[in-house]
Design a protein around this ligand. Sequence first.
Ligand SMILES: [Zn+2]
Length: 382
Amino acid sequence: MFKKIPSHILSAAALCLLAVCAVVVLAREFTGMWQDEPIYPGPGVSAVEKLSDYFPRLKDSRGNTDIYVLDSGKPGASMLVLGGTHPNEPAGFIAALSLVERCQPREGILYVIPRANRSAFTCTDPQEAAPMYFTIETAGGPRVFRFGSRATNPIDQWPDREVYVHASSGQTLSGMETRNLNRAYPGLKNGNFTEQIAFGIASLIREKDIDITIDLHEASPEYPTINALVSHERAMDVAAWAVMYMQMEGMQISLEVSPRNLRGLSHRELGDHTDTLAVLFESANASQGRLRGPMSEELIVKGVDPYYTLADSYGKLYVSYPASGISLSERVARHLCGIEQVAVSYNESMYPKGQVDLGQLPGYSQLMSEGIGAFLAPPREL
Ligand SMILES: [Zn+2]
């Protein structure tokens, strides 16, 4: 007959089995954090390049991000759109992604980097209770996207110094800004990981002689630079007209000049160190703010937050915050409308290299009524 197995051995075996199951489940969850969600290039995409094509040192690193090239085939001006500089600001990433999937330029060439800081998509900010993912419903089903961090994943760059010294100016900032891509421009060839990503982006702009660079961001509603277009002084003509056109469409938007004494930002450094006209858009994202209620996927996507509506009623915000919220669709609509108006105003300024015509993009009111999901590709196997 079978010999009875002692109970302590059975317990040990059960524990081992449990541990193996836990490792399998957690490993799937963990490795999922490191995978880029699919992007479905639309008919306007003529090539997909890598940032390492412009700065080879980034190859085999998480700083090596995709560059989508949308070449109209008709000579003209060039525009670069950066999404995902801060992956906890999803409107920038989703607006850039929607250009890749929907835009068909008619003149000139558009470059889009949806994940400017790809490393920062692989983690969330500590102590923010941020969900790892958010979901957008499309006509063909839900698409799930990573909600990331403001800064490069510490696994790629660590430890932070106590004080971050901006390389080309000597400006000092809090050590946590060491991993902030938008404090690292114009980048440094032999610098830290984040400075190298910035250097790669600046190299692309120089090598392709890109005429206009637009960096897409979001900020908390109590932050003064909000619903704003921030412009390098060389881009002020183009930016001023773009803001005026947006205001004529009924959008609340202000124009701000890039401060000379705040260094490392894309509009300041790319404007100073390359020939591009550099601007940056900010929209209002309650999920980043200090006054918000519970952090959730719904807050990221729908933007409904009674505490911000209350703060608005006391006049404490820099934007109006309705009870219906400021949805991700509205924030993306603002970015897309802004990009389109920058192109229009650049073209009207009759710059010598020709025009950049982005073709038919969904309008602001259309995006507001149908939602951004209606303009993203449905999920499919690649
Ligand atoms: Zn930002």
